[in-house]
Each structure stands twice: as C-alpha cells, then as structure tokens.
Design a protein. Structure first.
Length: 187
C-alpha cells in the first residue's frame, strides 16, 4: 500500500476529481456529439472507478478522514497545471493536457498486468481497472478524438497541443515518482 500511503487517499481522490472536472469541461467545449458523449462517459467512469478504489484502499488501510494527508507538492503542481489548462486553454490544448492521464495509466496498467505478482497483490483492483482490454477502449477513444481534433488544427494549435501533452506527461511521471519516493513537503 505504499503508493496510497505516499500520496495519501485524499490527494489521489482530489487528482481524480480534477480529472472528472477536466473531462466535463472538455465535453462542454467539443463540437462533435460523439466526442461530447465520449468525454461525459469518461467523466462518469473516472468518478465511479476512482471512488470505488478510494473506498477500497482507505477501508483496507482503516484510514479515517483525519489520517489523510495533504497533496504532495508534485500532486499539487500537476493538478494546478491541469486545472489551469482546463480553465483557460482552447479545447485542443485541453485534450493534449488530459491525454497523458489515459495513455500513461494504460501503459503502466499493462506493464504491471504483465509483470505482477498475483498472489495477495494489494493493488489487484487498480491493475484490473487500468490494465488489459477494458480501459484500452477508453484510451483508444481518447487518442482518436485528440487525433481527429488535431487534424483540423493549425500548426500553431498542434504545437500547443503537443506542448500540453509533453508537460502533462512529465508531470504524470513526477506524480508517480513522488508517490514512490513518498514525497513530503520540506517546509
């Protein structure tokens, strides 16, 4: 349970809530009805899955609300950057910013699924959620939508999408690394 202990149950849930808000905001700005429906579906799925995982892990750890710590500096940095993109960037940049949330979770989930210890694995529910075929559908849909939107963008817009994607990919890596290192505030 080190990942949950490292970032705290509330910060992980806060990150998930930010993702739900992001998906909903993106859906409200998309023009294509199928894209709107997909992002509303992503928002609903994220909220349901992450809430269930949050309850599972906090229950297994017997955490009480007063036990939950504040977001790590990296978690706060990432969620703040993501929310800034969602609140002020054009929709194509929003898409670039949230795509790493899909893609990296899928890659990590698949890697862990292929290399996991299956006996008494405390992370099995997380692995089952993000590894394998089911989450692949959402991941593929998000990539496809980003590609479709990018095809209609100017070169400058595509560059902005790429910049948001690369920045959020780095922040996603930093988020995982901060959990692994059990990052705390130094002051």
């Amino acid at each position: 349970m080190q990942l949950i202990l490292a970032v705290g149950a509330s910060p992980v849930m806060a990150h998930s809530c930010d993702e739900v808000a992001s998906m909903t905001a993106i859906a409200s700005k998309l023009d294509h009805p199928g894209h709107v429906e997909a992002f509303l579906h992503f928002a609903d799925g994220t909220m349901m899955v992450e809430r269930d995982l949050h309850q599972l892990f906090t229950g297994e750890l017997a955490l009480k609300p007063e036990d939950e710590n504040e977001p790590s500096p990296t978690c706060l940095l990432y969620t703040s950057y993501l929310l800034r993109q969602i609140s002020s960037a054009p929709v194509e940049v929003m898409l670039g910013a949230v795509l790493p949330c899909f893609w990296i979770y899928k890659e990590v989930g698949d890697y862990i699924l292929a290399h996991q210890i299956t006996v008494n694995n405390p992370y099995q529910r997380w692995i089952d959620t993000y590894g394998g075929e089911e989450f692949e559908k959402s991941n593929a849909a998000a990539i496809s939508i980003c590609d479709e939107v990018a095809e209609k963008c100017t070169r400058e817009q595509q560059d902005a999408m790429t910049k948001a994607f690369v920045t959020c990919s780095k922040l996603e890596w930093m988020f995982w690394d901060s959990a692994y290192k059990q990052q705390q505030w130094s002051i």
